[in-house]
Design a protein around this ligand. Structure first.
Ligand SMILES: [Zn+2]
Length: 139
């Protein structure tokens, strides 16, 4: 090996080592950056998991509220039907005794009470189809 070959070898080896060092340094920086980004993303995931748990609890609470409201609504509907249904006073058919009566109108009963004309409420029976009359007491 002459002096020029030795110098050339020295330059080549030194050059490669230097380039390799740069590459390693670049990769280390890249790994540090990615590790840091990964930690940030892990924190975000943990935060989102906490939010999800909180939202699931809220949804569960809302579902329970909704169930209670449906029960209240059903109770109110029953009360409303009892007051404003087809046969709120629970009259029984004059002909067959059924309580499945539907108000079909009213007529003057021909009676008076303390000078006030008394009316009869007319109901049609859903079971036998006949009409029944019940005196409406003035309130
Ligand atoms: Zn009837």
């Amino acid at each position: 090996m002459n002096i020029f070959e030795a110098i050339d070898k020295l330059i080549t080896e030194h050059g490669s080592a230097s380039i390799l060092k740069e590459h390693v340094s670049f990769l280390r920086n890249k790994i540090d950056m990615l590790t840091s980004e990964n930690n940030v993303l892990k924190d975000e995931i943990n935060s989102m998991k906490l939010n999800t748990t909180s939202l699931e609890k809220q949804i569960q609470g809302i579902n329970e509220d909704n169930k209670n409201l449906e029960i209240n609504n059903s109770n109110l509907e029953s009360q409303l039907n009892a007051v404003h249904g087809n046969n709120p006073d629970k009259h029984a058919c004059d002909h067959c005794g059924s309580a499945r009566l539907k108000r079909s109108g009213s007529r003057h009963s021909g009676k008076k009470l303390a000078g006030i004309t008394i009316k009869d409420a007319l109901y049609t029976c859903d079971d036998c189809g006949k009409e029944s009359a019940f005196t409406i007491i003035p309130k």
